[in-house]
Design a protein around this ligand. Sequence first.
Ligand code: SF4
Ligand code: SF4
Length: 81
Amino acid sequence: ALMITDECINCDVCEPECPNGAISPGEEIYVIDPNLCTECVGHFDEPQCQQVCPVDCIPLDPERSETHDQLMHKYRLITAA
Ligand code: SF4
Ligand code: SF4
């Protein structure tokens, strides 16, 4: 999963781009629900939020490192729900 750092300027550009609805406004900055973020696997070749973020504050979450297979499995679980 990806994560949003405290450099986020709350511009709201990323939220509508997420195909999994994983991004939402948090208490202070936007947040990504790691249980819903497939790094866009299953939908797009590149993480859409990273493509649009004007301040480049959406890196990989080092504590939520996942393989492509794990991400695809998550995608299947989300879309089956
Ligand atoms: Fe959503 Fe894709 Fe960004 Fe994950 S990488 S938060 S699935 S847009
Ligand atoms: Fe924050 Fe970047 Fe999303 Fe804008 S696009 S709300 S700066 S994470």
